[in-house]
Design a protein around this ligand. Structure first.
Ligand code: FAD
Length: 187
């Protein structure tokens, strides 16, 4: 299986970095693995439209070609990122805006989006919202799962939300990493 990890955290000593290492170490040898670290790539998340950057040409943007090729190459995408202001970090949002373009990731139809991508995904995200408060806020993974991946054709999406990550204590955080390892080994 061709697996692409899309990782968005600026600090390589963070808990998200530990999640990344755990996933990498525990994916079995049947995976051909590539990692896209958006901060290390210094990915430019700003989508520009003007007379030289036309919206209709976005799917052919030469600067995004390598990223489009990676998405097509992968049978499975694994997203690892923290929740910031109820959503994904801006660098990941910008990646989706620039790479998941019409005519590449989907076609617009009168009935909505017709997805052109295939494969499956696993979203792993961390946040601080206590479990008791979660029903009162929006599901943080909903936008990526239901409003990006599924309309683009990636229908099988597993979600792992880790919370409240800064307050659960070291022991619990290490237990969670073991759970991530177990899931990764079974993929
Ligand atoms: P870190 O801060 O790197 O680590 C968290 C803890 O884990 C630290 O105590 C660290 O020492 C420890 N740790 C690191 N590695 C390990 C390891 N291997 N084993 C055990 N422990 C380890 N939260 C919300 O719920 N909703 C929001 O809307 C929201 N908005 C935010 C906006 C901003 C701009 C920011 C900065 C934070 C926001 N948060 C929000 C909180 C955010 O989601 C968390 O700070 C983030 O998920 C923590 O992940 P991290 O990788 O940065 O953790």
């Amino acid at each position: 299986m061709k697996t692409l990890i899309i990782y968005a955290h600026p600090n390589d000593k963070s808990y998200n970095a530990s999640i990344l290492e755990t996933a990498k170490e525990n994916l079995s040898s049947k995976h051909e693995l590539k990692v896209l670290d958006l901060y290390k790539e210094r990915f430019d998340p700003v989508l520009r439209f003007d007379t030289t950057h036309r919206r209709r040409d976005l799917a052919h943007d030469v600067a995004m070609k390598d990223y489009r090729d990676l998405i097509i190459w992968a049978d499975q995408l694994i997203f690892i990122f923290p929740i910031w202001w109820s959503g994904m970090p801006a660098i990941l949002k910008g990646f989706i805006e620039r790479v998941f373009a019409a005519s590449f990731a989907y076609e617009n139809t009168p009935r909505g989006l017709d997805g052109k991508l295939t494969g499956k995904a696993w979203i792993i995200t961390t946040h601080n919202t206590p479990k008791i408060v979660l029903p009162l806020v929006q599901d943080y993974s909903k936008v990526l799962k239901f409003q990006v991946l599924k309309p683009c054709g990636i229908k099988s999406v597993k979600v792992t939300q880790i919370s409240p990550v800064e307050y659960m204590g070291d022991h619990k955080r290490k237990e969670v990493l073991k759970k991530i390892a177990k899931i990764a080994r079974r993929l």
